[in-house]
Every structure is written in C-alpha cells, then in structure tokens.
Ligand binder design. Sequence first.
Ligand code: PGA
Length: 256
Amino acid sequence: MAIRRLFVGGNWKCNNTLAQTKDLVNSVLNKLHFDPSKVDVVVAPVFLHVPWVAEHIQKPVQVSVQNTSLTGTGAYTGEISVAHVKDLGLNWAILGHSERRQYYGETNEVVANKVKYAVENGLDVIACVGEHLADREANQTNQVVEGQLEAIRGKLNEAQWEKIVIAYEPVWAIGTGKVATPAQAQEVHEFIRSYLTQKVSQNVSQKTRILYGGSVTEKNAGELIHQKDIDGFLVGGASLKPAFADIVAACNIVKH
Ligand code: PGA
C-alpha cells in the first residue's frame, strides 16, 4: 500500500467557453485510463461550468473549485461558499493560488483563513505556495514558502492535515514555459517535507502529498515525477489539452 497516492490536478483557471469545456471532458477526461488506487485525478473548471462537469465526468475523475469564499452562505454578493460546493457533492478546492494572491489581494492570512474554513466545513484543499523570481534571486525561496506554510499551520490542528495537499508552484514557472528543473523542484519539496516533520509531525510529513506546478507538460512530467518528494502535479495550460492524458499516464504508478 502506497504511503502517498500520486495526484494530478488540472487547474483550468478562467478558460474555456462551455462548449470547449464539454469538448475537453468528452474528448480527453472521459477517455483517461488510470488506476484510482495509484493516482487521484482532480480537475477544476470555472465555477459556472462546475455543475455540468460534475454531472458528465467519468467518476474516478474528481471535480474541484478554484476558490471558495471566506464566509458562509448569506448576504455576500458575488461569493460562492463552501456549502455550495458541498451541496453539489464536491470535495475539493484549490486555495491560495498565486494568481489569487497576486491579482485579488489574498494575503497569507486570508489564504490561511480560507483553508481553515474550507477544511472545517468538510473540503479537501490543494493549498498553493511558491516564490516569485525576485525571491529566488535573493535566495529567499525557503523563507517565502515557510511563511506561507506557517500561516496555514497556525490555523490547523494535526488531524486536519489529512485534508491538505500542498502545491509548490514557483510563480516564475507558472504559464511561462520555464519549468523548474527536477533538482530545483525536489530541493523545495524536500524543504517542505522537512518543514512538516519539524513543525507538524513525522506522520503528516510522510502522508502529505506535495505537488509541483509550473509549466508541467507531457514532456517534463516523466522526469519530475521520479523526484523523491514530488507526489504529482498541479497542471495549468497543459490540462486544457490532450497532453493532460499523458501527464496522468506518467503518474499512474506506485512510487513509494
Ligand atoms: P501552468 O499553470 O501549468 O500553466 O504553468 C500551473 C498553475 O498555475 O497551476
């Protein structure tokens, strides 16, 4: 029995018409072949497409949202609450993506509060962390990632870590075609795992999936997935294409 089942997330971001989303589901997602005991496959369409996708996708593929509200249901114009996600029978949310941090003012504190609220209300969370290029060039990568993790850790008890998948996504690699080298990615993944060992527990450190995200393609997935502490991917651009099937195939393995 694997300690950490691998994980491939498809983050569709703010892309696709409904017709394009239907085509992606029918022509790519519903033709995937993978063993759900080896790999979780989770896709995150735009909110308005989520109900259609949830209804029509083949079942081993799970559906996520890309954000949730910090508040519950009620007078919160424009928001979509965790209760709405649960009401559709869905279990996953991507939270703290760098685009949310960068364009919508989500601070470490906001992200941590969203993670806490989502977990307490029954969602599993793909919590995103990652440094900007300037941080990396100033040798601040670990400090930045640690600050993001610390904010989240401060809100969770040990048992709640069962509901967390961490996505390490260096901002300079997202959508740029500049993928982190396997060694660069592994170095940060190892740092995150040792952070979990020291600050949470050995058990959580061994069980938590740590995904890499940032220009993952069918060409680089095979090498990246064999890095010791890489447990899968959060895929943006390539998750909108047939290449996603090759990335899932590269992760349809037992590694640990
Ligand atoms: P990308 O995006 O694969 O297009 O670089 C990854 C992400 O933002 O999750």
